[in-house]
Design a protein around this ligand. Structure first.
Ligand code: NAD
Ligand code: GLY
Length: 388
């Protein structure tokens, strides 16, 4: 088992990564003297698989849990669902010392964390991530929140969990599309911070796709270690933490414009990362061969690297970007790559250049089958027309 510390003074906590960890939930809550009443948040896909074991572990350790099951998918990250959850917590008699357990992917984690951060002005919460994306990213660092029609995560808080339990056994039931989406966040850590991880992934993607336990646990641990280090230095994103948003400027806009849930978060930021790499080539002289290397790694992971848009669709996307990140003087801020393993945040990119790269065809990689300039079926996604 790997144990990683997130160093945040009195709010420090550990991330445990290993197998058969669900049964450790109750004893760990007891060790931390968490209050007796608690609520386990989960969604309709995760509940039938894992909630029984989690409830049992809590009950055996003397806790009184109630189960709150929300619909699966991005639409559950809403103020409406949060309001219904507050009522359930009040009905079950949760008080200041009570706590919330988030059992699920990033949606459940963000929602449950947001409810915990705001109910009774803040109660404890624990993260049990069950998607690859949540294991390596969303369960760590305390960003919690819900979406508005105007954009993703527009209402939220920084609210750190008391601990994170990453039970890799839960990944056995994760659908392959969701699993691949999680690989997008893993590749991100290589690009933004760790060239050795990037190189390792270039070799290890097939083993990761097979969910090989040793490869998976060591890669997940390395990603959590990188995130813990960044969050430990800049909890509330006054600077450095922004590097974790690599690929998110375009990615968030794509999610909003395509309709939440149509394009998974990981799928959107895979396209966003390759796009940011292309901008980096134009703005910082980032080598074209490294743009292709990054695109090639996403392709190996089975992820799309480009989205083909009509002029009208491009305009909607630019509009969404203007909303998501403040545009000043005709430029939008991006995280750009200096070299693989090192990025710069807060880089203003002229909207004209954003538009130009959006209109260009996909990056041609060594694995691409078609001739230069043509988008490959493998790497290009056509935006759903109905979404615009
Ligand atoms: P998700 O939570 O929607 O889960 C994906 C799907 O997998 C859902 O249908 C879920 O029911 C199902 N599922 C989850 N675990 C399963 C399992 N073990 N077996 C079978 N099915 C399972 O999606 P996600 O990709 O985990 O999270 C995406 C969300 O995370 C987005 O809202 C994104 O904005 C957010 N996010 C937050 C942060 C953060 O720092 N807070 C970081 C990255 C992403
Ligand atoms: N996922 C971005 C962050 O935690 O800051």
């Amino acid at each position: 088992m790997y144990v990683i510390k997130v160093p945040l003074g009195v709010r420090s906590y550990t991330i445990s990564i290993g197998n058969t960890l669900l049964e450790k939930l109750g004893p760990e809550c007891k060790r931390l003297y968490l209050g007796q009443r608690c609520a386990v948040f989960t969604d309709r896909n995760v509940a039938p698989r894992y909630s029984e074991g989690v409830l049992q572990s809590l009950k055996t350790s003397g806790f009184e849990p109630t189960l709150i099951t929300v619909p699966a998918g991005e639409t559950a990250k809403s103020l409406k669902v949060a309001a219904a959850c507050y009522d359930r917590l009040a009905e079950h008699g949760l008080e200041r010392k009570s706590f919330v357990v988030a059992l699920g992917g990033g949606v459940v984690g963000d929602l449950a964390g947001f409810v915990a951060a705001t109910f009774l002005r803040g109660i404890d919460f624990v993260q049990i991530p069950t998607t690859l994306l949540a294991l390596v990213d969303s369960s760590v660092g305390g960003k919690v929140g819900v979406n508005l029609k105007a954009g993703k995560n527009l209402v939220g808080a920084f609210w750190q969990p008391r601990f994170v339990l990453c039970d890799l056994d839960t990944l056995e039931t994760l659908p392959v599309r969701e699993y691949r989406a999680g690989l997008a966040e893993i590749i991100k850590y290589g690009v933004i911070h760790d060239v050795e991880l990037f190189k390792r992934l270039e070799q290890a993607i097939p083993k990761l796709l097979q969910r090989d336990p040793d490869t998976l646990s060591s890669v997940v641990a390395r990603c959590c270690q990188i995130k813990a280090g960044v969050v430990g230095q800049d909890e509330t994103e006054s600077g450095l933490r922004a590097i974790l948003n690599f690929g998110h400027t375009l990615g968030h806009a794509l999610e909003a414009v395509c309709g939440y849930g149509k394009l998974l978060h990981g799928e959107a930021i895979a396209i966003g990362q390759v796009f940011a790499a292309r901008l980096s080539a134009e703005m910082l002289g980032f080598p074209q061969r490294d743009v292709e290397r990054i695109a090639g790694l996403f392709e190996k992971a089975g992820l799309q690297t480009h989205i083909q848009l009509s002029p009208a669709q491009r305009e909607k996307l630019l509009e969404a970007m203007r909303h998501d990140k403040k545009v000043s003087q005709g430029a939008v801020k991006f995280v750009l790559v200096n070299k693989i393993g090192q990025v710069s945040f807060g880089q203003p990119v002229p909207l004209d250049l954003v538009e130009k790269i959006l209109a260009e065809p996909a990056v041609r990689t060594a694995g691409a089958e078609s001739s230069a300039g043509a988008s490959t079926a493998h790497s290009t996604l056509r935006a759903p027309h109905s979404a615009f």
